[in-house]
Design a protein around this ligand. Sequence first.
Ligand code: NI
Length: 165
Amino acid sequence: MAVRQIRVIGDEILTKRCKPVKEMTPRLKELLEDMFETMYQAEGVGLAAPQVGILKRIVTIDVDDGNQYVLINPEIIEQEGEQRGYEGCLSVPGKTGIVTRPNWVKVRALDDSMEPFELEAEGLLARAVCHECAHLDGQLYVELVEGELMDVEKEEELEEESGEE
Ligand code: NI
């Protein structure tokens, strides 16, 4: 396993549409392991393959709910409700901004054995699914930010002022 380099905004690869995965290979297994390691090391909750320079439709997510989600060729097939909140991205270091996302999504994908499954996600997990799936179509959350993109420190200050932890 290895930590891979995370591509940052401005890198053209982050704007490209990724290709579907056709079969699981030892190389892709290794990529999945590396994506989790890279994500944990960077303290992120989600990572999409293009963020480590691979133009394939692969997402890893861990929102600390006890699961390590692997979504291959994911498709959001249903969505409901709305949530408005701060979002960040490992490819846009030090920044955050407010994005409105569905509060609930149903996603259809393949797992790491290329077996199809459906996942119903709510709250932070739904936000992560939407954010990571957008990466696969070359979209960054900064395009969806309401108001200004701000520094992470600024968000922390605002939270302190409003008495949140
Ligand atoms: Ni991201």
